[in-house]
Design a protein around this ligand. Structure first.
Ligand SMILES: NC(=O)c1ccc[n+]([C@@H]2O[C@H](COP(=O)([O-])OP(=O)(O)OC[C@H]3O[C@@H](n4cnc5c(N)ncnc54)[C@H](OP(=O)(O)O)[C@@H]3O)[C@@H](O)[C@H]2O)c1
Length: 303
């Protein structure tokens, strides 16, 4: 089976490459913008491409003809999307259309990563059957891509997820766990939102769910996140406790006070029963995830 992973320099993309490049039954093609930032260079083919270039997308799919595409690449900075809706459309909507159009084989299994932000946050935790109501440019772009995929005629699976955390080889973007940890270690004061609630998701758990969907050619919508729904403030405090860091630098702030450019849903969280049954998804608790992450950081430092 040949799998194309897009966004392979990103947090989830890197975890997918590490997990798939060891499997002898999988031929892996990893695709990202610019240089390959993953330390491991063997066990897969790397392609550098910007997916907002339609002819390049056609060329790649023509050449590699994957059985499955796991499309993780996206413009993921929610406020940047709000401030630059044109770029957001280009990277989150147009590139999805190019990929779908370029799939000459109608049996190509298209796996897409979407977000809890398609919901408005007034009635979480959410099931796959709940109606969506995206509040921001980013959220609307992901919802628009979902609709295109659902009507593409290809077999598709959409995995919605939220607040992913983990360690990457060469991080361009941080995440709540790494940001809290490094800020507190440096003795920096941080303002953390106290009235938004999410289920923190370990990147490795999410990668496993994507791989199960690919291997078993699962189709449909899946909610894939950590089981526990916590305020962002609570997540930061549990990170501080885990790493024995001083919580005095954590300052609660409300969504209204922070006044970010993009609106965010206040309380999401997912009911993950379907993913548990059909994707054999059994997410680790936050502390189990932090244990894995701290192990990886130790190994990284000793390299
Ligand atoms: N992170 C979260 O908490 C979260 C929550 C809900 C849903 N999701 C969804 O889950 C997926 C994976 O998230 P993630 O955290 O792994 O994202 P990430 O770390 O930001 O990685 C996304 C990658 O996409 C690449 N990319 C963006 N536009 C591209 C283009 N036009 N052509 C090629 N590559 C492009 C970026 O490249 P550069 O590195 O060159 O910028 C980046 O490496 C995304 O689809 C996101 O919308 C994420």
């Amino acid at each position: 089976m040949k799998i194309l992973v897009t966004g392979s320099n990103g947090l989830l993309g890197q975890k997918l490459v590490y997990a798939l490049s060891d499997r002898s039954e999988i031929q892996l093609v990893a695709c990202a913008r610019g240089e390959n930032r993953i330390r491991r260079k063997t066990g897969y083919t790397y392609i550098s491409a910007d997916l907002s270039d339609e002819s390049r997308v056609r060329e790649i799919l023509q050449k590699h003809q994957p059985d499955c595409i796991i499309h993780t690449a996206a413009m993921t900075n929610v406020d940047a999307c709000e401030l630059d809706p044109e770029s957001c459309k280009k990277h989150n909507v147009d590139s999805v259309r190019y990929l779908l159009d370029a799939c000459k084989n109608p049996a190509t299994h298209f796996i897409y990563l979407s977000t809890d932000f398609v919901f408005d946050g007034t009635a979480g935790p959410y099931r796959e059957t709940d109606p969506i109501n995206p509040l921001s440019v980013y959220a609307r772009s992901k919802a628009e891509a979902e609709t295109m995929i659902m009507h593409s005629g290809l077999p598709w699976a959409i995995l919605r997820t939220m607040i992913i955390y983990g360690v990457v080889d060469d991080a361009q973007r941080s995440n709540i766990v790494l940001w809290t940890k490094s800020s507190l270690e440096e003795g920096k004061d941080i303002r953390v939102i106290s009235d938004q609630f999410r289920g923190p998701t370990l990147a490795e758990d999410l990668a496993d769910a994507c791989i199960q969907a690919a291997l078993h050619r699962r189709t449909g919508l899946y909610h894939v996140s950590g089981r526990e729904v916590l305020s962002i403030l609570e997540i930061a405090c549990r990170v501080a406790d885990f790493f024995h860091l001083d919580k005095k630098h954590i300052h609660p702030v409300s969504t209204a006070e922070l006044n970010q450019p993009a609106l965010r849903p206040l309380k999401t969280g997912f009911i993950i029963d379907k993913a548990e049954k059909e994707l054999n998804y059994h997410p680790r608790s936050l502390e189990e995830g932090l244990e894995i992450l701290s192990d990886q950081l130790r190994k990284k430092e000793s390299h």
